[in-house]
Ligand binder design. Structure first.
Ligand code: DSN
Length: 433
Protein backbone atom coordinates (compact mmCIF):
# COMPACT_ATOMS: atom_id res chain seq x y z
CA UNK A 1 0.00 0.00 0.00
CA UNK A 2 1.51 3.34 -1.09
CA UNK A 3 0.81 6.46 0.96
CA UNK A 4 1.23 9.94 -0.55
CA UNK A 5 -0.14 12.42 2.01
CA UNK A 6 0.10 10.75 5.40
CA UNK A 7 3.92 10.56 5.55
CA UNK A 8 4.18 14.33 4.94
CA UNK A 9 1.18 15.55 6.90
CA UNK A 10 1.46 13.31 9.95
CA UNK A 11 4.79 11.48 10.10
CA UNK A 12 4.09 10.33 13.68
CA UNK A 13 0.98 8.36 12.70
CA UNK A 14 2.66 7.17 9.50
CA UNK A 15 5.56 5.77 11.54
CA UNK A 16 3.06 3.79 13.63
CA UNK A 17 1.31 2.49 10.51
CA UNK A 18 4.70 1.45 9.16
CA UNK A 19 5.63 -0.26 12.43
CA UNK A 20 2.40 -2.26 12.41
CA UNK A 21 2.92 -3.17 8.74
CA UNK A 22 6.42 -4.51 9.49
CA UNK A 23 5.13 -6.38 12.56
CA UNK A 24 2.46 -8.05 10.41
CA UNK A 25 4.91 -8.80 7.57
CA UNK A 26 7.73 -10.23 9.67
CA UNK A 27 5.79 -12.00 12.42
CA UNK A 28 3.50 -15.01 12.57
CA UNK A 29 -0.12 -14.24 13.41
CA UNK A 30 -1.79 -17.15 15.18
CA UNK A 31 -4.65 -15.39 17.00
CA UNK A 32 -7.62 -17.33 15.56
CA UNK A 33 -9.84 -14.25 15.25
CA UNK A 34 -7.35 -12.26 13.15
CA UNK A 35 -6.60 -12.24 9.44
CA UNK A 36 -5.18 -10.13 6.61
CA UNK A 37 -7.53 -8.26 4.26
CA UNK A 38 -6.75 -8.01 0.56
CA UNK A 39 -5.41 -4.78 -0.89
CA UNK A 40 -8.79 -4.26 -2.62
CA UNK A 41 -10.61 -4.44 0.75
CA UNK A 42 -8.08 -2.02 2.21
CA UNK A 43 -8.64 0.41 -0.66
CA UNK A 44 -12.43 0.24 -0.28
CA UNK A 45 -12.01 0.99 3.42
CA UNK A 46 -10.11 4.17 2.60
CA UNK A 47 -12.80 5.65 0.31
CA UNK A 48 -14.92 8.79 0.44
CA UNK A 49 -17.87 6.80 1.77
CA UNK A 50 -16.46 7.67 5.19
CA UNK A 51 -17.83 11.18 4.62
CA UNK A 52 -21.48 10.18 4.35
CA UNK A 53 -24.30 9.78 6.88
CA UNK A 54 -26.89 7.20 5.80
CA UNK A 55 -29.32 6.41 8.65
CA UNK A 56 -32.05 4.05 7.47
CA UNK A 57 -31.91 1.30 4.86
CA UNK A 58 -31.36 1.53 1.07
CA UNK A 59 -34.26 3.45 -0.48
CA UNK A 60 -35.52 4.58 2.97
CA UNK A 61 -32.93 7.02 4.33
CA UNK A 62 -33.39 10.01 6.59
CA UNK A 63 -30.85 12.25 4.77
CA UNK A 64 -30.43 13.11 1.07
CA UNK A 65 -27.52 12.32 -1.23
CA UNK A 66 -27.84 8.54 -1.04
CA UNK A 67 -27.45 7.44 -4.68
CA UNK A 68 -24.17 5.62 -4.16
CA UNK A 69 -24.57 4.64 -0.51
CA UNK A 70 -27.83 2.90 -1.51
CA UNK A 71 -26.04 1.11 -4.34
CA UNK A 72 -23.10 -0.09 -2.28
CA UNK A 73 -25.19 -1.19 0.72
CA UNK A 74 -27.66 -3.05 -1.54
CA UNK A 75 -24.73 -4.81 -3.22
CA UNK A 76 -23.30 -5.87 0.15
CA UNK A 77 -26.75 -7.12 1.26
CA UNK A 78 -27.35 -9.13 -1.92
CA UNK A 79 -23.86 -10.67 -1.77
CA UNK A 80 -24.30 -11.61 1.90
CA UNK A 81 -27.71 -13.22 1.25
CA UNK A 82 -26.37 -15.23 -1.70
CA UNK A 83 -23.24 -16.36 0.13
CA UNK A 84 -25.05 -17.63 3.25
CA UNK A 85 -28.48 -18.54 1.83
CA UNK A 86 -30.26 -15.94 3.99
CA UNK A 87 -33.61 -14.25 3.31
CA UNK A 88 -32.26 -10.99 4.75
CA UNK A 89 -28.98 -9.38 5.71
CA UNK A 90 -28.31 -6.24 7.71
CA UNK A 91 -24.70 -5.16 7.14
CA UNK A 92 -24.74 -2.10 9.41
CA UNK A 93 -23.74 -3.45 12.88
CA UNK A 94 -20.47 -1.75 13.77
CA UNK A 95 -18.92 -4.94 15.12
CA UNK A 96 -19.73 -8.26 16.76
CA UNK A 97 -20.71 -7.00 20.22
CA UNK A 98 -23.20 -4.57 18.65
CA UNK A 99 -24.58 -7.28 16.34
CA UNK A 100 -25.30 -9.61 19.26
CA UNK A 101 -26.92 -6.91 21.39
CA UNK A 102 -29.06 -5.87 18.39
CA UNK A 103 -30.16 -9.46 17.78
CA UNK A 104 -31.05 -9.89 21.48
CA UNK A 105 -33.00 -6.64 21.57
CA UNK A 106 -34.89 -7.43 18.34
CA UNK A 107 -36.50 -10.45 19.97
CA UNK A 108 -36.54 -9.89 23.73
CA UNK A 109 -37.71 -7.52 26.41
CA UNK A 110 -35.61 -6.59 29.43
CA UNK A 111 -35.54 -9.51 31.86
CA UNK A 112 -36.05 -12.24 29.23
CA UNK A 113 -33.88 -15.35 29.24
CA UNK A 114 -31.12 -16.56 26.88
CA UNK A 115 -29.58 -20.02 26.98
CA UNK A 116 -25.96 -19.65 25.86
CA UNK A 117 -22.63 -21.44 26.06
CA UNK A 118 -20.57 -21.21 29.21
CA UNK A 119 -17.71 -18.70 28.74
CA UNK A 120 -15.03 -21.10 30.00
CA UNK A 121 -16.38 -23.85 27.71
CA UNK A 122 -15.82 -21.62 24.68
CA UNK A 123 -18.71 -19.12 24.72
CA UNK A 124 -18.09 -15.40 24.18
CA UNK A 125 -18.15 -12.37 26.50
CA UNK A 126 -21.03 -10.86 24.50
CA UNK A 127 -23.12 -13.94 25.25
CA UNK A 128 -23.96 -12.39 28.58
CA UNK A 129 -20.82 -12.50 30.71
CA UNK A 130 -21.69 -10.86 34.06
CA UNK A 131 -19.48 -7.82 33.29
CA UNK A 132 -21.51 -6.88 30.17
CA UNK A 133 -24.52 -4.60 29.81
CA UNK A 134 -26.39 -7.48 28.14
CA UNK A 135 -26.17 -9.38 31.44
CA UNK A 136 -27.83 -6.45 33.21
CA UNK A 137 -30.64 -6.33 30.63
CA UNK A 138 -31.29 -10.05 30.10
CA UNK A 139 -31.01 -13.24 32.12
CA UNK A 140 -28.39 -15.70 30.86
CA UNK A 141 -28.24 -19.36 31.73
CA UNK A 142 -25.47 -21.70 30.56
CA UNK A 143 -24.88 -25.00 28.84
CA UNK A 144 -21.46 -26.58 28.36
CA UNK A 145 -19.59 -29.62 27.12
CA UNK A 146 -20.62 -33.05 28.35
CA UNK A 147 -17.16 -34.45 27.93
CA UNK A 148 -14.23 -32.05 27.74
CA UNK A 149 -11.97 -34.77 26.30
CA UNK A 150 -14.09 -34.88 23.10
CA UNK A 151 -15.81 -31.49 23.22
CA UNK A 152 -19.29 -32.88 22.64
CA UNK A 153 -21.92 -30.48 23.96
CA UNK A 154 -24.22 -31.80 26.67
CA UNK A 155 -27.40 -31.67 24.58
CA UNK A 156 -29.34 -33.51 27.29
CA UNK A 157 -28.49 -30.76 29.82
CA UNK A 158 -29.25 -28.12 27.16
CA UNK A 159 -32.72 -29.56 26.58
CA UNK A 160 -33.46 -29.94 30.29
CA UNK A 161 -32.45 -26.31 30.93
CA UNK A 162 -34.53 -25.12 27.99
CA UNK A 163 -37.59 -27.00 29.29
CA UNK A 164 -37.11 -25.60 32.79
CA UNK A 165 -36.26 -21.95 31.95
CA UNK A 166 -38.16 -21.47 28.66
CA UNK A 167 -35.57 -19.10 27.11
CA UNK A 168 -36.61 -16.66 24.39
CA UNK A 169 -33.30 -17.32 22.59
CA UNK A 170 -31.10 -20.41 22.38
CA UNK A 171 -27.67 -19.24 21.27
CA UNK A 172 -25.16 -21.49 19.50
CA UNK A 173 -21.73 -19.97 19.05
CA UNK A 174 -18.30 -19.59 20.51
CA UNK A 175 -14.92 -17.94 20.39
CA UNK A 176 -12.78 -20.70 21.89
CA UNK A 177 -14.44 -23.99 20.95
CA UNK A 178 -12.57 -26.17 18.44
CA UNK A 179 -15.41 -28.50 17.44
CA UNK A 180 -18.42 -28.49 15.10
CA UNK A 181 -21.93 -28.05 16.56
CA UNK A 182 -25.01 -30.19 15.99
CA UNK A 183 -27.35 -27.49 14.68
CA UNK A 184 -30.25 -29.91 14.17
CA UNK A 185 -30.20 -30.75 17.89
CA UNK A 186 -30.14 -27.05 18.81
CA UNK A 187 -33.03 -26.29 16.47
CA UNK A 188 -35.20 -29.17 17.71
CA UNK A 189 -34.77 -27.97 21.29
CA UNK A 190 -35.50 -24.37 20.31
CA UNK A 191 -38.67 -25.45 18.48
CA UNK A 192 -39.77 -27.53 21.47
CA UNK A 193 -39.74 -24.48 23.77
CA UNK A 194 -40.71 -21.85 21.17
CA UNK A 195 -37.31 -20.10 21.32
CA UNK A 196 -35.54 -18.25 18.54
CA UNK A 197 -32.50 -20.26 17.34
CA UNK A 198 -29.59 -17.85 17.03
CA UNK A 199 -26.04 -18.65 15.92
CA UNK A 200 -23.03 -16.39 16.52
CA UNK A 201 -20.73 -17.57 13.76
CA UNK A 202 -18.16 -14.76 14.00
CA UNK A 203 -15.22 -17.14 14.19
CA UNK A 204 -16.23 -19.51 11.42
CA UNK A 205 -18.27 -17.45 8.92
CA UNK A 206 -15.49 -17.72 6.33
CA UNK A 207 -15.37 -21.49 6.79
CA UNK A 208 -19.15 -21.66 6.38
CA UNK A 209 -18.96 -19.50 3.23
CA UNK A 210 -16.25 -21.81 1.88
CA UNK A 211 -18.39 -24.88 2.61
CA UNK A 212 -15.90 -26.42 5.04
CA UNK A 213 -18.28 -26.16 8.01
CA UNK A 214 -22.08 -26.49 8.32
CA UNK A 215 -24.29 -23.42 7.82
CA UNK A 216 -26.78 -22.95 10.71
CA UNK A 217 -29.23 -21.06 8.43
CA UNK A 218 -29.38 -24.07 6.11
CA UNK A 219 -30.24 -26.19 9.17
CA UNK A 220 -33.21 -23.90 9.89
CA UNK A 221 -31.71 -21.43 12.39
CA UNK A 222 -33.63 -18.16 12.47
CA UNK A 223 -30.77 -15.69 12.95
CA UNK A 224 -27.03 -15.72 12.44
CA UNK A 225 -24.69 -12.94 13.56
CA UNK A 226 -21.12 -12.69 12.42
CA UNK A 227 -18.22 -10.31 12.35
CA UNK A 228 -16.72 -9.72 8.92
CA UNK A 229 -13.02 -9.61 9.80
CA UNK A 230 -12.13 -13.08 11.07
CA UNK A 231 -12.19 -16.12 8.75
CA UNK A 232 -14.39 -14.09 6.37
CA UNK A 233 -11.33 -11.88 5.74
CA UNK A 234 -13.12 -8.55 5.39
CA UNK A 235 -12.75 -5.24 7.23
CA UNK A 236 -13.75 -4.93 10.87
CA UNK A 237 -17.56 -4.96 10.96
CA UNK A 238 -20.52 -7.30 11.40
CA UNK A 239 -23.71 -8.57 9.80
CA UNK A 240 -27.00 -10.07 10.96
CA UNK A 241 -28.43 -12.67 8.59
CA UNK A 242 -31.90 -14.02 9.06
CA UNK A 243 -34.79 -15.98 7.68
CA UNK A 244 -38.24 -14.41 7.27
CA UNK A 245 -40.00 -11.78 5.19
CA UNK A 246 -38.55 -8.30 4.65
CA UNK A 247 -41.06 -5.58 5.55
CA UNK A 248 -41.17 -1.81 5.87
CA UNK A 249 -38.76 -0.83 8.70
CA UNK A 250 -40.70 2.40 9.25
CA UNK A 251 -43.61 0.39 10.72
CA UNK A 252 -43.22 -1.61 13.97
CA UNK A 253 -44.20 -5.22 13.16
CA UNK A 254 -45.61 -7.87 15.45
CA UNK A 255 -42.84 -9.95 17.13
CA UNK A 256 -43.03 -13.12 15.02
CA UNK A 257 -40.28 -15.23 13.46
CA UNK A 258 -41.63 -14.28 10.02
CA UNK A 259 -41.03 -10.60 10.84
CA UNK A 260 -37.44 -11.05 12.06
CA UNK A 261 -35.83 -9.14 9.16
CA UNK A 262 -37.85 -6.02 9.95
CA UNK A 263 -37.43 -6.44 13.71
CA UNK A 264 -33.66 -6.62 13.17
CA UNK A 265 -33.54 -3.60 10.83
CA UNK A 266 -35.43 -1.55 13.44
CA UNK A 267 -33.24 -2.83 16.27
CA UNK A 268 -30.16 -1.61 14.35
CA UNK A 269 -31.61 1.84 13.63
CA UNK A 270 -33.05 3.59 15.54
CA UNK A 271 -32.80 0.87 18.23
CA UNK A 272 -29.09 0.76 19.01
CA UNK A 273 -27.09 2.54 16.32
CA UNK A 274 -26.95 5.84 14.45
CA UNK A 275 -25.33 6.34 11.06
CA UNK A 276 -23.79 3.23 9.49
CA UNK A 277 -20.09 3.34 8.56
CA UNK A 278 -20.47 3.34 4.81
CA UNK A 279 -16.75 2.96 3.99
CA UNK A 280 -16.80 -0.19 6.14
CA UNK A 281 -19.88 -1.44 4.27
CA UNK A 282 -18.17 -0.79 0.90
CA UNK A 283 -15.21 -2.88 2.08
CA UNK A 284 -17.57 -5.62 3.34
CA UNK A 285 -19.11 -5.74 -0.15
CA UNK A 286 -15.65 -6.31 -1.65
CA UNK A 287 -14.80 -9.02 0.88
CA UNK A 288 -18.12 -10.80 0.23
CA UNK A 289 -17.34 -10.89 -3.51
CA UNK A 290 -13.93 -12.42 -2.71
CA UNK A 291 -15.57 -14.97 -0.39
CA UNK A 292 -17.72 -16.25 -3.27
CA UNK A 293 -14.73 -17.29 -5.41
CA UNK A 294 -13.25 -20.78 -5.92
CA UNK A 295 -9.98 -19.44 -4.45
CA UNK A 296 -11.78 -18.62 -1.20
CA UNK A 297 -13.35 -22.08 -1.11
CA UNK A 298 -9.85 -23.56 -1.35
CA UNK A 299 -8.69 -21.13 1.35
CA UNK A 300 -11.45 -22.25 3.75
CA UNK A 301 -10.58 -25.92 3.23
CA UNK A 302 -6.88 -25.21 3.79
CA UNK A 303 -7.54 -23.30 7.04
CA UNK A 304 -9.05 -26.48 8.52
CA UNK A 305 -6.38 -28.79 7.08
CA UNK A 306 -3.71 -26.49 8.53
CA UNK A 307 -5.32 -26.44 11.98
CA UNK A 308 -5.54 -30.25 11.99
CA UNK A 309 -1.90 -30.52 10.90
CA UNK A 310 -0.75 -28.12 13.63
CA UNK A 311 -2.85 -29.92 16.25
CA UNK A 312 -1.48 -33.33 15.26
CA UNK A 313 2.11 -32.08 15.44
CA UNK A 314 1.57 -30.44 18.84
CA UNK A 315 0.14 -33.73 20.12
CA UNK A 316 3.14 -35.54 18.66
CA UNK A 317 5.23 -33.30 20.93
CA UNK A 318 3.13 -34.34 23.93
CA UNK A 319 1.05 -31.16 24.13
CA UNK A 320 -2.41 -31.34 25.73
CA UNK A 321 -5.18 -29.89 23.58
CA UNK A 322 -8.66 -29.13 24.94
CA UNK A 323 -11.08 -31.65 23.30
CA UNK A 324 -8.05 -33.50 21.92
CA UNK A 325 -7.86 -31.64 18.59
CA UNK A 326 -9.88 -29.48 16.23
CA UNK A 327 -12.60 -29.54 13.55
CA UNK A 328 -12.25 -25.87 12.64
CA UNK A 329 -9.59 -23.14 12.56
CA UNK A 330 -8.61 -23.01 16.23
CA UNK A 331 -6.71 -24.99 18.81
CA UNK A 332 -6.98 -24.52 22.56
CA UNK A 333 -3.72 -25.60 24.17
CA UNK A 334 -3.57 -26.40 27.85
CA UNK A 335 -0.33 -24.49 28.51
CA UNK A 336 -0.02 -25.56 32.13
CA UNK A 337 -0.37 -29.26 31.35
CA UNK A 338 1.81 -29.01 28.24
CA UNK A 339 4.70 -26.85 29.47
CA UNK A 340 4.07 -26.04 33.12
CA UNK A 341 3.55 -22.38 32.14
CA UNK A 342 0.34 -20.41 32.34
CA UNK A 343 -1.19 -18.95 29.14
CA UNK A 344 0.19 -15.45 29.80
CA UNK A 345 3.73 -16.73 30.27
CA UNK A 346 3.53 -18.81 27.11
CA UNK A 347 1.98 -15.94 25.12
CA UNK A 348 4.86 -13.62 26.15
CA UNK A 349 7.49 -16.24 25.37
CA UNK A 350 6.07 -16.87 21.89
CA UNK A 351 5.74 -13.15 21.24
CA UNK A 352 9.44 -12.68 21.97
CA UNK A 353 10.02 -15.17 19.13
CA UNK A 354 7.72 -13.27 16.71
CA UNK A 355 4.71 -15.60 17.17
CA UNK A 356 1.51 -13.79 18.20
CA UNK A 357 -1.12 -15.79 20.12
CA UNK A 358 -3.56 -15.12 22.96
CA UNK A 359 -3.90 -16.47 26.46
CA UNK A 360 -7.30 -18.04 27.05
CA UNK A 361 -9.28 -19.80 29.76
CA UNK A 362 -9.76 -23.54 29.46
CA UNK A 363 -12.99 -25.27 30.58
CA UNK A 364 -13.61 -24.82 34.31
CA UNK A 365 -10.28 -23.00 34.60
CA UNK A 366 -9.01 -22.53 38.14
CA UNK A 367 -6.62 -19.70 37.14
CA UNK A 368 -7.81 -16.08 36.73
CA UNK A 369 -8.55 -14.54 33.26
CA UNK A 370 -5.35 -12.49 33.15
CA UNK A 371 -3.14 -15.55 33.61
CA UNK A 372 -5.37 -18.44 32.57
CA UNK A 373 -4.28 -22.02 31.91
CA UNK A 374 -4.70 -21.98 28.15
CA UNK A 375 -3.45 -20.49 24.91
CA UNK A 376 -5.52 -20.06 21.75
CA UNK A 377 -3.91 -20.76 18.37
CA UNK A 378 -5.48 -20.41 14.92
CA UNK A 379 -4.59 -20.79 11.26
CA UNK A 380 -6.73 -18.23 9.32
CA UNK A 381 -4.00 -15.57 8.96
CA UNK A 382 -1.11 -17.94 8.24
CA UNK A 383 -3.27 -19.68 5.60
CA UNK A 384 -4.00 -16.30 3.94
CA UNK A 385 -0.22 -15.99 3.45
CA UNK A 386 -0.25 -19.29 1.52
CA UNK A 387 1.23 -21.45 4.28
CA UNK A 388 0.29 -25.13 4.24
CA UNK A 389 0.78 -28.29 6.33
CA UNK A 390 4.64 -28.34 6.27
CA UNK A 391 4.75 -24.77 7.63
CA UNK A 392 2.16 -25.65 10.30
CA UNK A 393 4.33 -28.54 11.46
CA UNK A 394 7.36 -26.26 11.56
CA UNK A 395 5.43 -23.73 13.67
CA UNK A 396 4.29 -26.48 16.06
CA UNK A 397 7.93 -27.59 16.38
CA UNK A 398 8.93 -24.03 17.30
CA UNK A 399 6.13 -23.74 19.86
CA UNK A 400 7.14 -27.04 21.47
CA UNK A 401 10.84 -26.14 21.50
CA UNK A 402 10.13 -22.74 23.06
CA UNK A 403 7.66 -24.15 25.57
CA UNK A 404 10.11 -26.78 26.77
CA UNK A 405 13.02 -24.34 26.87
CA UNK A 406 14.95 -26.29 24.21
CA UNK A 407 15.47 -23.22 22.02
CA UNK A 408 15.86 -19.53 22.71
CA UNK A 409 13.42 -16.96 21.32
CA UNK A 410 16.15 -14.94 19.50
CA UNK A 411 17.13 -17.82 17.22
CA UNK A 412 13.52 -18.77 16.51
CA UNK A 413 12.62 -15.14 15.87
CA UNK A 414 15.10 -15.13 12.95
CA UNK A 415 13.66 -18.37 11.58
CA UNK A 416 10.10 -17.02 11.94
CA UNK A 417 11.08 -13.85 10.05
CA UNK A 418 12.71 -15.85 7.24
CA UNK A 419 9.59 -18.00 6.88
CA UNK A 420 7.26 -14.99 6.94
CA UNK A 421 9.21 -13.12 4.27
CA UNK A 422 8.75 -16.14 1.98
CA UNK A 423 4.96 -15.90 2.49
CA UNK A 424 4.09 -12.17 2.29
CA UNK A 425 0.94 -10.85 3.93
CA UNK A 426 -1.78 -10.16 1.32
CA UNK A 427 -2.34 -6.72 2.86
CA UNK A 428 1.16 -5.55 1.87
CA UNK A 429 3.44 -3.04 3.49
CA UNK A 430 2.94 0.66 4.24
CA UNK A 431 5.31 2.66 2.06
CA UNK A 432 5.45 6.32 1.13
CA UNK A 433 5.27 7.02 -2.63
N1 DSN B 1 -11.96 -10.81 20.10
C1 DSN B 1 -12.56 -11.85 19.31
C2 DSN B 1 -11.95 -13.17 19.57
O1 DSN B 1 -10.75 -13.15 19.66
O2 DSN B 1 -12.59 -14.18 19.64
C3 DSN B 1 -14.02 -11.90 19.47
O3 DSN B 1 -14.41 -11.14 20.49
Amino acid sequence: MKYTYLPKQDPEVFAMVGGEARREMEGLELIPSENYVSKAVLEALGTLFTNKYAEGTPGRRYYGGQTFTDQVESLAIERAKALFGADHANVQPLSGAAANLIAFSSWMDVGDTVLAMDLSHGGHLTHGAPVTFAAKAFRFIRYGMKDISTGVIDYGQLEAMAMEHRPKIILAGFSAYPRELDYDRFLLIAQKVGAMAMADMAHVAGLIAAGSLANPLKHGFHVMTTTTHKTLRGPRGAMILSRGKVGNPLKAPERTLENLPTLIDRAVFPGLQGGPHMHQIAAIAVALKEAGTPEFKAYGQQVVKNAKAMAARLKHHGCQLVTGGTDNHLILLNAVASFNKNGAELQDLLESAGITTNKNAIPDDTLPPFRPSGLRLGTPAATSRGMKEPQMEQIADWIAALGRGEAGPEKIRDDVRTLCLKFPSPSGLAEPV
